[in-house]
Ligand binder design. Structure first.
Ligand code: NDP
Length: 234
């Protein structure tokens, strides 16, 4: 059965791998992008998730073409790393506004159609650092940890409506985001990963797809690490 799927930030990195996994399985996939040329093969809607008006417009466009969103993957996210001493209030609030409040905006809008359909699957992309912590990433880690409380509250609020909310916590994945790290940071990270390598974006996508499948129909409020063992024990 072909479902209406939305992947925020599906134009590159992990989001693009997730969008491809759903499209390969025959779903109707919409992705958001902010600028430039989006990749072909999807319904690409221009949308900055920090702007509720743009979120509303994006959903209208998707609903007209694919019908109400049945599967939402809230993947869009940013980093603005800085030690606390040098972190400005803007560094903090802008990361929270994208990673946490942006996720709230897209989830809230998706919920309308899911309630009506009496079913829905929502997957939020968090990070291993949300629970482990990471020096220089207090803003990012706080925003990613908050997604767990957000998802678990909604799992309780909307479970009886057959809507599941799960969180995927990737470790280090080979994308633009990790390419920004210095060589020294990368070596340090890999030394702590039991599998001794970065994840491929496709390895995150496979878990996301599983969580939206019938095989995962009794899983909600879960935090699934896909981190090569980096966060074991948290
Ligand atoms: P990239 O930096 O490669 O891509 C980020 C994506 O988010 C882009 O599609 C970008 O769109 C989109 N985005 C950012 N801000 C906004 C916004 N305000 N509105 C709409 N879209 C936005 O990141 P990754 O693919 O590496 O990361 C994807 C997710 O996975 C993020 O949430 C990240 O925190 C998380 N993650 C990544 C890890 C990694 O190692 N890479 C590890 C753990 C978690 P645009 O192209 O328009 O900028």
């Amino acid at each position: 059965m072909s479902r209406s799927v939305l992947v925020t930030g599906g134009n590159r990195g992990i989001g693009l791998a997730i969008a491809r996994a759903f499209a390969d399985a025959g779903d109707k996939v919409a992705i958001t992008y902010r600028s430039g040329e989006p990749p072909a093969g999807f319904l690409a809607v221009k949308c900055d998730i920090t702007d509720s008006e743009q979120v509303e417009q994006a959903y209208k466009e998707i609903e007209e073409t694919h019908g109400p969103v049945e599967v939402l993957v809230a993947n869009a996210g940013v980093t603005k790393d800085q030690l606390l001493m040098r972190m400005t209030e803007e560094d903090f609030t802008s990361v929270v506004d994208t990673n946490l409040t942006g996720t709230f905006r897209v989830v809230k809008r998706a919920n309308r159609g899911m309630l009506r359909a009496k079913k829905g699957r929502v997957v939020l992309i968090s990070s291993v650092v949300g629970l482990l912590g990471s020096a220089g990433q207090a803003n990012y880690a706080a925003s990613k940890a908050a997604l767990v409380g957000f998802a678990r509250s909604l799992a309780r609020e909307l479970g009886s409506r057959n809507i599941t909310f799960n969180v995927v916590a990737p470790g280090f994945v080979d994308t633009d985001m990790t390419r920004e790290l210095t060589e020294e940071q990368q070596t340090k990270i890999l030394a702590q990963v039991p599998l001794a390598r970065y994840a491929r974006p496709e390895e995150i996508a496979a878990t996301v797809r599983f969580l939206t499948s019938d095989d995962a129909s009794y899983i909600t409020g879960a935090v699934i690490p896909v981190d090569g063992g980096l966060g074991m024990g948290h």
